[in-house]
Design a binder for this molecule. Sequence first.
Ligand SMILES: [Zn+2]
Length: 199
Amino acid sequence: MPGHFPKFTMALPDWIESIVRPGEVFKDRLSRMRMAIRLASENVGRNTGGPFGAAIFEFETGRLISVGVNVVESSRCSIAHAEALAIALAQQSLVTHDLASRSLPALELVTSAQPCCQCFGMIWWSGLRGLVVGARAEDVESIAGFREGPLPDGWADRLRGRRGLLPIGVEVDVLRDEAIVPLQAFLASGRSPYNPGAS
Ligand SMILES: [Zn+2]
C-alpha cells in the first residue's frame, strides 16, 4: 500500500563529480580546505545553492569520503546544509550511522564556514573525530546575510573536551581569507539569504 507521507532524499548537484570524486587523496589540511571552499564557490557560481561547501576525509590518509554543498532551496528543506549532506552521505557510503565505529579510520569534516547551530548538533552525534573550519560565523552573517543561530559558549572547547564521548578536534580560521570569497560572491550575485520568513 503506498504511503501517504512523502519520502525524502538529499542529493548533491549533478556537477559535483566533475570537480571531485570519492577516494581522491588530499594529503594536507590546506588542500582539504581548498576543496571545501571550491565546492562553496562552485555552488554559488552554478546557482545551485548557498555559499557553503564541506567534505569528509580520512584524517591520516586524506582520502575523500564524501562532500556536501548547501541545497536548502532546491531540496525544499531547511536542514540541507553542506555539513548535513557530507555527514549523511559519508554514513551511507560507509554503511553505518556511527562514523566513530572501531572498524573505521578517524574521519574529519572540513567546512568552508563555521557550523551553524543545527550542524553543531549533527557533528556532535556523527562520530566525526575532527572539525576544520574556514570562515567564521561573523563572516557568514556580515557578508552574506545568513543567520547562524546560537552556539553554546566555548563551542569548540566543548567538542574538544567531551566527557563520555570521544573528543572532536577543532581547528578554526583555516584559510579564512579564501573561505570568505564564496560569501562575497553570493553577495555580489544579488541573491538573498533564505533565512526563515524571507520567502
Ligand atoms: Zn548548518
